[in-house]
Design a protein around this ligand. Structure first.
Ligand SMILES: [Zn+2]
Length: 160
């Protein structure tokens, strides 16, 4: 059985303001420049989710694409698309929603929910790439999955 990687592309649009409560007004301006504008701005994010694993010999597939789409919809797109990241995504109550941090937040959410949806599949989440602008692309390796019961409920509900 071959070891294969699959990358599936998703998109969402969201607004944010880069700002840290731990920095002064001047420091925020110096670190974030025009992205510290109090009224925020938006991006059309492109998210590449990479899965790695062994191909099922009977089906010849690594993972069901439909199941992956439903999973990413429930865990990520539903919670991030058309949102104000600073206000509507809990992690950004304390963290500045830079795409460095956004990619880690999304990778962590996917990793935590992964074992519930695909734990028995032999496929694992490998990495996440987010394109913020034409010239800014961020990539993180997925953290080791840690299953959580509350995530299971969240996913089950959104699928029904
Ligand atoms: Zn921005």
């Amino acid at each position: 059985m071959a070891d294969v990687r699959l990358t599936r592309r998703y998109r969402f649009s969201a607004s944010h303001r880069l700002h840290s409560e731990q920095l002064s007004v001047e420091e925020n301006r110096a670190v974030y420049g025009k992205c510290n504008n109090p009224y925020g701005h938006g991006h059309d994010y492109v998210v590449d989710v990479t899965i790695r694993g062994y191909v099922d010999e009977t089906r010849g597939r690594l993972i069901s694409i439909d199941a992956l789409d439903q999973f990413v919809q429930a865990v990520v797109l539903k919670n991030f698309d058309r949102r104000n990241l600073n206000v509507e995504v809990s992690e950004f109550a304390t963290l500045s929603p830079t795409t460095e941090v956004l990619s880690q937040v999304i990778a962590r959410r996917l990793s935590e929910a992964w074992p519930i949806a695909f734990g028995g599949s032999g496929a694992r989440l490998e990495k996440l790439r987010i394109r913020e602008t034409r010239n800014n692309i961020f990539e993180v390796l997925a953290p080791e999955p840690v299953g959580r019961e509350d995530k299971f409920d969240e996913i089950s509900e959104s699928r029904s």
